[in-house]
Ligand binder design. Structure first.
Ligand SMILES: C[S@@+](CC[C@H](N)C(=O)[O-])C[C@H]1O[C@@H](n2cnc3c(N)ncnc32)[C@H](O)[C@@H]1O
Length: 190
């Protein structure tokens, strides 16, 4: 298959937006796969700010970073991504080049703890304040579970109202696949 699949496409977008020395956000750290990917992209001189509301996510991500000796460039926060604007130091606002949300529940964790549209939308709004021009937010939307379908609908309503002077909004989605596979919304600040 020549068309890029969903998860590789999410990473391609991040790779396009982020270079060495950049400051970036993993809004849903989970088991730390995206945090690790971002930590490699930003290199020794960059910074990654990662958020999750579960202890297990912090523990798993800490271990993953330690195994890869990449802990120094990453700041892990046990708090909601809806607090990101107050958490990321003010002097870095305006220079964040990329952010990723992998929505839904922690793989291997408690399925009842899921991302919720209110806090996801609050975090996107805050990111739009602190991103640099051409900074990109990538949302990977998992809508195979009931709350995921609700979050999908709320997010699609919200992102389609973002003023086109403020950001470009893209949807990347296979529309003929069964079982509600994940899809991407990408938002590029203008
Ligand atoms: C699909 S997982 C993320 C997977 C992760 N990116 C990885 O690489 O393993 C979603 C995560 O979002 C977290 N989450 C739920 N609500 C959140 C919130 N308000 N702020 C930050 N993280 C949240 C969950 O605890 C869960 O770990």
């Amino acid at each position: 298959m020549k068309l890029e699949r969903i998860l590789p496409f999410a990473r391609s977008l991040l790779q396009t937006a982020i270079k060495e020395g950049d400051i970036v956000v993993d809004a849903t750290m989970g088991n730390g796969h995206d945090t690790l990917f971002l930590a490699k992209l930003v290199g020794e001189t960059g910074k990654v700010f990662s958020f999750d509301i579960q202890d297990d996510a912090l523990t798993n991500t800490t271990l993953r970073l330690e195994e890869n000796q990449l802990s120094k460039r990453v700041y892990l926060h046990l708090k909601s991504h809806s607090e990101l604007e107050n958490t990321i130091p003010k002097q870095l606002h305006g220079s964040i080049t990329g952010a990723i949300f992998n929505l839904g529940y922690l793989p291997g964790g408690k399925k009842e703890i899921v991302t919720k549209p209110d806090s996801t939308i609050a975090a996107i709004e805050q990111l739009l304040n602190v991103l640099s021009p051409e900074g990109i937010i990538v949302l990977v939307i998992y809508h195979g579970h009931e709350e995921g379908a609700f979050e999908r609908d709320e997010l699609l309503k919200y992102v389609s109202t973002i003023d086109q002077q403020r950001a470009h909004v893209l949807q990347y989605r296979f529309i003929n696949q069964v079982n509600n596979p994940p899809f991407i919304i990408a938002i590029e600040k203008r």
